[in-house]
Design a protein around this ligand. Structure first.
Ligand SMILES: O=C(O)CCC(=O)C(=O)O
Ligand SMILES: [Fe+2]
Length: 339
């Protein structure tokens, strides 16, 4: 049997890479493709507090995104940021060269040592060779001061993600037969970027043009903790090149409950995507997850990815490899973690 596989061109920090895609429509995932892992035992005492943290942060994102454009532009990324912090407007990016512009709007804030829940430090106390890789910028908070509790609630969510990521990176180390503390020192002042994505319901025009919410890409760092609301729309590319919807069907093989159209995510979970930097460090044992978002519902959608890695080395690699074509092998599935 011959199948017409198309090449999907992706932009990565290390240059363009290609992945194969089968000629089929996205389908629902199976429990094996996206396993659900229960993390609750790691944090059992704080469950209700964590739920509140997520809800408060989501509320703040909606408040921010629903402001008049000129208020959001007080923290415009292109205008004020050296390092991709701040607000990115609707249809202002095109992450995938072979797809449409991205409909989503975003707000980003990156690691600052003064916000770190485990190693809080004034930036002046951070050793020189690390300080030059720190990417947080204060204008994102200065330009949002008129929103009461915005910074507090965003930072609370980011801090919880940072704590979880520092635990999870130890599990990654063990899974790769490394010492448990392999990454500990390298993530004392990590790459830790909080991003809030807002996907408006698509306009009729955008539906006709088949606009993506956020086009196909891989994340750059070690891994990403990705919380999404209940609207759905996240898809990942399997090793075989099949797009699958990250949805409820990950929980059971009883697909009859789902109509395949709505495919809601599992409540109380976050998706863990492997990033390019992890793939590179472990010689492709883990492969970075190709993913994309199309909000096909009539509702708005919010997601809150947290990108985690080692700031300094990752940035150095970026400089070294900028613009070069890099070979990359096939994609893995993502993991969903619960609790
Ligand atoms: O909105 C989502 O579910 C995914 C967002 C994403 O992939 C990203 O911001 O890199
Ligand atoms: Fe992503």
């Amino acid at each position: 049997m011959t199948m017409s596989v198309t090449k999907l061109k992706l932009r990565t920090a290390l240059g363009p890479v290609y992945r194969d895609v089968l000629p089929y429509e996205p389908r629902d995932c199976t429990p094996e493709e996206i396993p659900v892992i229960d993390l609750q035992p790691m944090f059992s005492s704080e469950l209700s507090e964590r739920k509140k943290t997520i809800a408060r942060c989501k509320e703040q994102i909606l408040k921010f995104m629903k402001q008049p454009l000129e208020m959001k532009e007080l923290v415009e990324s292109h205008k004020y940021s050296k390092f991709y912090n701040g607000y990115l407007g609707r249809r202002k990016t095109q992450i995938s060269p072979s797809e449409t512009v991205d409909v989503r709007e975003g707000f980003t804030f990156r690691y600052s040592p003064d916000l770190d829940p485990d190693h809080p430090k004034d930036i002046s106390q951070v050793p020189d060779e690390i300080r030059r890789w720190i990417r947080g910028e204060d204008f994102v908070w200065e330009g949002t001061q008129h929103l009461p509790e915005f910074k507090r609630d965003c930072v609370a969510y980011w801090s919880a993600c940072l704590r979880l990521a520092r635990k999870m990176v130890r599990m990654f180390a063990l899974s790769l037969d490394l010492e448990e503390d392999y990454w500990d020192e390298k993530v004392t002042h990590p790459g830790a970027d909080g991003v809030f994505n807002y996907y408006p319901a698509r306009t009729q025009d955008e539906i006709e043009q088949k606009c993506v919410g956020l086009g196909s890409h891989t994340d750059l760092q070690l891994f990403t903790l990705l919380w999404q609301d209940s609207v759905g729309g996240l898809q990942i590319l399997t090793r075989e090149g099949q797009w699958i919807k990250v949805s409820e069907s990950s929980k059971s093989s009883n697909l009859s409950k789902f109509d395949g159209v709505k495919a809601p995510p599992i409540e109380g979970t976050i998706v863990v995507n492997i990033g390019d930097y992890m793939m590179r460090l472990c010689n492709d044992i883990y492969k970075s997850t190709v993913h994309r978002v199309t909000n096909e519902s009539t509702q708005e959608r919010v997601s809150m990815p947290f990108f985690f890695g080692c700031q300094k080395r990752f940035q150095m690699e970026r400089e070294e490899f900028a613009g070069k074509e890099v070979k990359q092998s096939m994609a893995p599935s993502a993991v969903v973690v619960a609790g």
